[in-house]
Design a protein around this ligand. Structure first.
Ligand SMILES: [Zn+2]
Length: 542
C-alpha cells in the first residue's frame, strides 16, 4: 500500500464538496482520496511520495455528460472539413481525397457547416460537378445530416424512393431529392459505405480518450451505444479495449432507443447494458433522439420555422416519436431502472420529453432514476419550472451559446430574432432550480470543458468582444459544478465529481483557477489524473 500513496501539498484545491469547499493538501492512496485539508494529515503512510503543486489549481476531473468519442476519434484520424470556412474549400478537400482514393470507392468526409451549405443553396448538382463518378457522402458538423451526390443516393436506393418524407430526404422544386439527407436517411446512405476496420476503430477510440484526457476529462457518458442511428456502434471496441486494460477513463454508456420499435425492445436494452460492464465500463442509460437540429429544420418547435427573410415556412419540425409512444417508452424504461437521456433542442420536443417523464413519475413513483434532457436550446417559459418539479437534469452544451460559435449564432435565420433572444436563457433557468450536467457533444463541437465554461459564463469563446446579457449566462463556478458533480450524477459515476475522503482520485491540475478573473480558457490543463494515475501531462510539467 505504501508505494502508491501520494501527498499533494501547496495546491489550491477546489473540492466541490460544500462541507470543505477548498483545501491545500490531499492524500491519495490506492486510487482514492484519503484525506483533504490545510495541513499534512497525521497518518501519512511510510513511503508516501510528496508532490508540491506550486500553487496549481486542482479540480475534480471533468465528466463530459454527452460525447461521441468514436466518431470524434475517427475525425481526428481522418481528413475532414473541420476548419474549412468556404464551399470552395470543401470542394478542394474533396478533389484532394478523390486523387488519393482508389476509383469507385466511397468518399465519406465529415465536419462541413450545414449553415454555410444552406445559405449558398448547395445541392447534389454542385457536388456532382466536383465528383460525379463515385459515391460521395459529406456529413455535416452536427452529425444529424449530410449531402450525398447522385451516385451515393442511387446506391442507397433513395433517388426514386418515396420511403422518407421531405424532412429526411430533402427535395428541390422539381420534387426530386436534392442530395440533403437527415437523420435516418443519412444513416441509410452511410450504411452503404464501408465501415472502419476494428483496428482503425480501436485506434480512433484511444485517440479520442487521449484527446479528452488532455482537456482534463476523466470520464464521460457515451451518448450513443448501438447502431440505431447509422454511426458505428462503439460497444465491442470499448469492451475489447477495456478487457486489455486500455480504457483509462470512466465510461458510462447510453444505449440507443430504436425509434422503429416499441417497448418490446426494453429486454434487449437491458441485455446490452448487462454486457457493457468492465473495469471502467457501465451502461446505466438509454438515449432517445426526440428531434433533430434547427439548421435542418428538424428540431421540433411549438411555432413554425422561418426563412432568412422572416417568412414562416409552414414547418415546425417533425414529431419523431408520437407522444403516446414516448410516454409508454419512458414508463417502461423507468420501471426497469434505466436513466433516460433524451435529445431535445426544440421547445416542443422538450415539452414532449417532460410530459413523458411526468407519465413515468406518475406510473412508477420516483424510483431514483436520473433522467436528463440534452441540448435544451429552447424551452417554453411554462415548461421551465417542470425540470425541478419532475427532477429532470438539463444537459447543457455551453459552447453552443457563444456568439462566436458560427452555426448557433446564426439561428436567427431559422427561428427569427424573437425566439433567438429567448434561446438558452441560462440564468433564468438556473433561478428556476435547474440541476445541470454538461457535455460537449464532441465532435459536433469542441470537447474542451474550459471553452464551455468560458462560453457559458461570457457567451464568447475567444477574444474581448461584447459578452451576452447576464440572464443568458451562468457563473463559471456553476458550470464547473455542472461539468463535475452534475455530470457525475447523470452518468452514475457516484465516486466522482467531488473530491472528498473516499472519492476516486480523479482530478485535473490547472495553472490557474478557471473560476478566477478572466476567461476560463486562459487556464491550461497541466495534468489529468484518474485513480491516482497520471493519464495526461502537459509538456511543461516538471
Ligand atoms: Zn450527441
Amino acid at each position: 500500500m505504501t508505494s502508491n500513496s501520494t501527498l499533494y501539498i501547496g495546491g489550491r484545491i477546489r473540492t466541490g464538496d460544500p462541507l470543505l469547499p477548498s483545501a491545500t493538501t490531499m492524500l491519495v492512496s490506492g486510487g482514492r482520496v484519503v484525506a483533504l485539508g490545510f495541513t499534512e494529515p497525521h497518518d501519512v503512510p511510510a513511503g508516501t511520495v510528496v508532490r508540491d503543486l506550486g500553487g496549481a489549481t486542482v479540480l475534480p476531473g471533468f465528466i463530459d455528460a454527452h460525447v461521441h468519442p468514436l466518431m470524434g476519434g475517427l475525425q481526428l484520424l481522418a481528413t475532414g472539413f473541420a476548419g474549412i470556412q468556404s464551399v470552395e474549400g470543401y470542394w478542394a478537400e474533396l478533389r484532394r481525397l478523390d486523387a488519393v482514393t482508389p476509383p469507385g470507392e466511397w468518399i465519406v468526409a465529415a465536419g462541413y457547416s450545414a449553415v454555410l451549405v444552406a445559405r449558398e443553396r448547395i445541392t447534389r448538382r454542385e457536388l456532382d460537378a466536383v465528383i460525379g463518378d463515385r459515391p460521395v457522402l459529406m456529413v455535416n458538423s452536427d452529425l444529424h445530416g449530410g449531402l450525398a451526390n447522385t451516385v451515393a443516393l442511387r446506391a442507397a436506393g433513395l433517388l426514386d424512393s418515396q420511403e422518407f418524407s421531405s424532412e429526411y430526404v430533402e427535395r428541390g422544386d422539381d420534387g426530386a431529392p436534392n442530395g440533403l439527407v437527415n437523420e435516418e436517411a443519412m444513416a441509410r446512405v452511410m450504411s452503404f459505405s464501408p465501415p472502419p476496420s476494428e483496428a482503425v476503430a480501436e485506434k480512433a477510440l484511444l485517440e479520442a480518450q487521449a484527446h479528452l484526457h488532455s482537456l482534463g476529462v476523466v470520464g464521460w457518458q457515451d451518448a450513443l451505444l448501438g447502431d440505431k442511428h447509422g454511426g458505428e456502434d462503439p460497444t465491442a471496441r470499448y469492451l475489447a479495449l477495456d478487457a486489455a486494460g486500455r480504457i483509462t477513463a470512466r465510461v458510462s454508456g447510453a444505449i440507443g432507443w430504436d425509434r422503429a420499435r416499441g417497448v418490446e425492445q426494453v429486454p434487449d436494452i437491458l441485455e446490452h447494458a448487462r454486457a457493457f460492464t468492465g473495469a471502467r465500463l457501465s451502461a446505466p442509460a438509454v438515449k432517445i433522439l426526440l428531434d433533430g437540429v434547427h439548421e435542418a429544420g428538424t428540431a421540433s418547435m411549438l411555432a413554425e420555422y422561418n426563412d432568412a427573410a422572416g417568412r414562416p415556412l409552414g414547418n415546425s419540425g417533425p414529431t419523431m416519436i408520437e407522444p403516446g409512444l414516448l410516454d409508454e417508452a419512458l414508463v417502461a424504461l423507468d420501471a426497469a431502472g434505466l436513466d433516460v437521456h433524451i435529445h431535445a433542442l426544440g421547445d416542443r420536443a422538450v415539452r414532449d420529453a417532460l410530459d413523458a417523464v411526468d407519465a413515468a413519475r406518475h406510473a412508477n413513483g420516483h424510483r431514483g432514476t436520473r433522467h436528463q434532457v440534452a441540448h435544451v436550446t429552447f424551452i417554453d417559459p411554462s415548461d421551465v419550472p417542470r425540470f425541478r418539479e419532475l427532477d429532470v437534469t438539463a444537459n447543457a452544451q455551453l459552447i453552443w451559446v457563444a456568439d462566436d460559435f458560427l452555426d448557433f449564432a446564426q439561428y436567427e435565420i431559422f427561428v427569427g430574432p424573437e425566439r433567438r433572444a429567448r434561446q438558452s436563457a441560462l440564468a433564468e433557468w438556473d433561478a428556476a432550480g435547474f440541476r445541470w450536467s454538461a457535455g460537449s457533444d464532441w465532435p459536433v463541437s469542441s470537447a474542451a470543458p474550459l471553452d464551455a465554461i468560458t462560453a457559458g459564463s461570457r457567451r464568447r469563446i475567444h477574444g474581448d468582444g461584447p459578452t451576452g446579457p447576464l440572464w443568458q449566462r451562468l457563473p463559471a463556478t456553476r458550470i464547473i459544478d455542472a461539468y463535475t458533480s452534475g455530470s457525475a450524477f447523470t452518468s452514475r459515476l457516484d465516486d466522482n465529481g467531488v473530491l472528498r475522503a473516499g472519492s476516486h482520485a480523479d482530478f485535473v491540475l490547472l495553472d490557474r483557477d478557471p473560476a478566477g478573473p478572466g476567461p476560463a480558457n486562459e487556464s491550461t490543463v497541466l495534468e489529468t489524473v484518474v485513480a491516482g494515475e497520471t493519464v495526461y501531462a502537459a509538456d511543461s510539467m516538471p
